[in-house]
Design a protein around this ligand. Sequence first.
Ligand SMILES: Cc1cc2nc3c(=O)[nH]c(=O)nc-3n(C[C@H](O)[C@H](O)[C@H](O)COP(=O)(O)O)c2cc1C
Length: 138
Amino acid sequence: MQDEQLIQDILESVIKAVDIPVTLKMRTGWDVSHKNAQTIAQIAQKSGIQMLSIHGRTKEDKYKVEAEYHTIKDVVRQVNIPVIANGDVASADKAKKILEYTGASGVMVGRATQGSPWLIHEIDHFLKTGQHAQNHPA
Ligand SMILES: Cc1cc2nc3c(=O)[nH]c(=O)nc-3n(C[C@H](O)[C@H](O)[C@H](O)COP(=O)(O)O)c2cc1C
């Protein structure tokens, strides 16, 4: 994320090389002083990327701070391609709140599914029905 020209070159090369949709996943930036997800999102859209997933932390954050979603919200407003919100999605309630706050097209769940793979069903059920799933499949 420190070299935006290199990102553009890579994206254009990959998109040119394949005949399937290419998507991009990124963090919000290199560190808190260099959050360039919005710029990269523009580059990605212009290059032909068809969907973005954004993890709401910087590279330097590692996993030390909580994910933030306002950067994701800003990107959603700026691009026309679907944006998926990622980072600390650990419950159906939180998934719904993040979707409402960011306007993202979906959420991506990482660590919270480790040991709880039924979380995906719980989120899906809650988003579709507004009701919490009574029984998880395990
Ligand atoms: C064990 C592990 C492996 C991961 N592997 C990848 C990967 O191959 N590609 C990727 O884009 N992100 C990878 N991630 C990052 C997650 O996809 C996700 O962006 C990040 O964990 C934040 O989401 P979470 O808070 O829901 O875990 C990995 C994370 C973990 C914990």
